[in-house]
Design a protein around this ligand. Structure first.
Ligand code: GRF
Length: 197
């Protein structure tokens, strides 16, 4: 694959992980380029961060559904990403389940970051699940996305201790620091494999 790897990012929220990817690219730690950022919420801060960094930012029209991501809308997103020349799609706090219309266009090329050491604590608010379970350790995982919920093959993980007195918010904050180091590193590894492959 010639030139630098092109990334597309999908997110629903603050976009701190996308910011970490931007920072890693700017510092030369990650040889890639973000060419398109898409969010299912027009007021999501991730879009603002993208625009500030001079990256194309677009809203995904989910047809008014709060959590559903209809197949025909997934097909539209797949076309937008493909037309932008995206090689790897990075989910960064994207709160809708990705299914075949997207998976088929980017086989083994959609990554997600999840705030636990998968397979432990899949699903929503994994940091709260860890605190509620009395876990002594948690962390974060970058994995390939398949049709399940946080079930795809694991690429890289980082461990984070659960400290005495932690609540869901303090543990999430500690996990996020680890995420910001892990995601660019995992993307770099996948990009390198794609270039070699
Ligand atoms: C992260 O904790 C990530 O693990 C989860 O959603 C959160 C997104 O945070 N999937 P941000 O939008 O990147 O700040």
């Amino acid at each position: 694959m010639a030139g630098s790897i092109k990334l597309g990012v999908l997110g629903s929220g603050s976009g701190s992980n996308m910011q970490a990817i931007i920072d890693a690219i700017e510092s030369g730690d990650l040889h890639a380029e973000i060419v398109l950022v898409m969010s299912d919420y027009e007021d999501a801060y991730i879009l603002e961060r993208a625009r500030r960094a001079g990256i194309r930012a677009e809203v995904i029209d989910c047809g008014g559904y709060k959590t559903k991501f209809p197949d025909e809308r997934q097909a539209v997103v797949a076309s937008r990403l493909r037309d932008a020349g995206v090689d790897i799609v990075c989910l960064a706090g994207f709160m809708r389940l990705v299914k075949r219309p997207l998976l088929d266009v980017f086989p083994d090329r959609i990554l997600n970051i999840h705030p636990s050491l998968l397979p432990a604590y899949p699903g929503l608010m994994a940091w709260k699940q860890a605190v509620d379970a009395g876990a002594e350790e948690s962390g974060c995982t970058v994995h390939y996305v398949d049709a399940g919920m946080d079930t795809g093959p694991i690429i890289m993980q980082a461990r984070v201790p659960v400290l005495d007195g932690d609540d869901a918010a303090s543990l999430h904050a500690r996990i996020q620091v680890a995420e910001h180091g892990l995601y660019p590193k995992a993307i770099g590894q996948v990009a390198e494999e794609l270039c070699l492959g």
